[in-house]
Design a protein around this ligand. Structure first.
Ligand code: GLU
Length: 551
């Protein structure tokens, strides 16, 4: 047995399977021509970041549109940064956006023939590959201590050199196997490094599906592929996983672009065909006149949970993110008025290159569009579900209003140009709380917001007359005609043309008259359709509100 084999067996005494066995186990996928196999590969280190939703939305869409596979893989090899339960939470949050993987890590279970889909459960696979690399001289044990590494870094910084383990600093790359074997037997701690054959004075040509052909500096770093805790690093693990899971298009944040030369070199050394890569722009925000990345710590917009909490409909968030992703999507919406994302053909080539700016107003605009065009039963049900978790006040109000809640949400809805009052579910409560008698009483407790130009006795006379004839049994027209009678009686112009010609001749117009009724029933000067409000409140409640003022 040669010494490299001996070294490999010493490090991996229980590994007997080979790369060939793995190739046989994880066969090529049987998919239609052009089908894209994409993935979302989160590390379980916290909540779902808006940027991760953005990249997974795109990965999911590309796979779906091409008859491919979108799968999830949990990259949990950094045990120090892991947050208990966050992997499961990430998957659950994605599901709220209807981003459901065809296979992969699904939280408490997994599905598919290319698993395990949790890197911590794939140790044997990585070990098989690393053992083979040692035998082939592509990887080696490195015995540099923390102290050695610090010294090297200091020296490199002092000499203004690139930091890291490469060239003359990679002192263990040519250590003879016999010595390495004896070190390991003595119990010296080590990691395993990749033996790079690159040179940082050379450039390599790489292709990014968004940016096109690029020239990047070749990698020459002997990166760690297996840490002292025997788990792989991201660079190495992703290469193995994307190979054996047959990913053909990696969509990931552009912060990974500088690592691409390492990844390309690894794939080449392993004899694996590299997938295509698309590095997606990072979402930015304006802060005091400068652009910066959304920050997990500083910006609520960085967290998907924040948008769910304030009650954005997941679809509105996706529509908004798609406008960031593809510049032609907004034109598509304007032309088609179609918010079904399945009908839009997303194209990586239409992606903007510089980081997209997050625009809260635009998100609110799409929030209003989506909630505005929703059917009354759907918005009623979805806002009710939302209130259960996020808003006790809305929840209680819905229970109080019962079936009236649907009617309230239906005011000026389900027509060609529906009213768009709500960007998110948390906007509903303030808008409709006056329908509750208790809330109404709180609103008018201090002040009725009548127009100062009408004195109290006039208002009372009008209200008395109106109270005697609410006229709610027929349609809006007959109700309005009966109001006009009151208008005529108190000299409010019932014809706006005449009013405009000679405003002095009148007390006001029908808008002023309606405002008096509006204020008495809602406590507010501005509301949606008054007739609809009156019908929902009903005779008894309207009279109660009028009498409260009169007495
Ligand atoms: N685990 C990596 C991350 O969370 C995945 C990057 C990739 O998609 O390749 O950033």
């Amino acid at each position: 047995m040669n010494l490299r084999n001996e070294l490999a067996n010493l490090i991996f005494p229980t590994i007997n399977r080979t790369i060939e066995d793995l190739e046989n186990e994880y066969k090529e996928r049987n998919l239609v021509e052009g089908a894209k196999v994409t993935r979302f590969a989160p590390s379980p280190t916290g909540f779902l970041h808006t940027g991760s939703l953005f990249t997974s939305m795109i990965a999911h869409k590309l796979a779906r549109d091409s008859g491919g596979i979108f799968y999830t893989r949990l990259e949990d090899t950094d045990t120090k940064r892991e947050i208990e339960g966050s992997g499961e939470q990430l998957i659950n949050q994605l599901a709220k956006f209807n981003i459901v993987p065809n296979e992969g890590y699904l939280g408490n279970e997994e599905k598919g023939d290319y698993g395990p889909y949790k890197q911590s459960a794939r140790k044997e696979i990585y070990d098989i590959v690393i053992k083979d690399m040692i035998v082939k001289g592509l990887a080696y044990p490195c015995f540099l201590t923390e102290e050695d590494l610090n010294k090297i870094r200091e020296e490199q910084t002092k000499n203004k050199e690139i930091t890291g383990i490469y060239g003359k600093y990679a002192i263990y790359r040519d250590l003879d196997e016999e010595t390495a074997i004896s070190y390991i037997k003595e119990g010296k701690p080590y990691v395993i490094r990749f033996k790079s054959s690159g040179n940082h004075n050379n450039k390599i040509k790489v292709r990014d599906e968004i940016r096109g052909d690029l020239e990047l500096t070749q990698n020459d770093q002997d990166i760690v592929i297996r840490k002292s805790d025997n788990l792989p690093t991201y660079h190495f693990a992703h290469a193995c996983d994307d190979h054996f899971m047959h990913t053909n298009l990696v969509t990931r944040g552009e912060e990974w672009l500088p690592s691409l030369p390492i990844h390309i070199e690894l794939f080449k050394a392993l004899g694996f065909k590299a997938p295509k890569y698309a590095h997606l722009p990072v979402i930015m925000k304006m802060d005091n006149g400068t652009r910066r990345k959304l920050s997990k710590r500083k910006d609520s917009e960085a967290s998907v949970e924040y948008f769910l909490q304030v009650g954005y409909e997941p679809k509105a968030i996706l529509v908004y993110l798609m406008t960031i992703a593809n510049s032609n999507y907004e034109d598509f919406i304007v032309q088609t008025k179609d918010y079904d994302l399945d009908h839009f053909k997303f194209n990586l080539k239409k992606m903007s290159l510089d980081g997209a700016l997050f625009d809260n107003d635009k998100l609110a605009f799409y929030g209003k569009e989506i909630l505005g065009y929703m059917k009354k039963e759907e918005i009623a049900l979805k806002s009710y579900e939302w209130s259960k978790t996020y808003s006790k006040e809305l929840y209680d109000l819905i229970l109080e209003l019962k079936e009236k809640y649907v009617d309230i949400l239906n005011i000026e809805r389900e027509k060609k140009n529906p009213r768009k009052d709500y960007a998110k579910y948390s906007d509903i409560y303030e808008n409709i709380k006056f329908f509750s008698r208790n809330e109404y009483l709180k609103i008018v407790e201090n002040k009725y917001d009548f127009n100062d130009k009408f004195d109290d006795s006039l208002i009372k006379d009008i209200l008395k007359d109106y109270s005697n004839n609410l006229c709610l049994d027929n349609d809006e027209n007959s109700w309005y005609n009966s109001l006009k009678e009151i208008g005529n009686k108190y000299n409010f112009a019932t014809d706006n043309k005449l009013y405009k010609q000679n405003p002095e001749a009148y007390r006001g117009n029908m808008n002023d008259l309606c405002e008096i009724i509006r204020v008495i029933v809602s406590g507010r000067k501005i509301t949606p359709n008054l007739f609809a409000i009156l019908t929902i409140l009903g005779e008894e409640e309207i009279k109660f509100r009028i009498n409260k003022y009169l007495n």
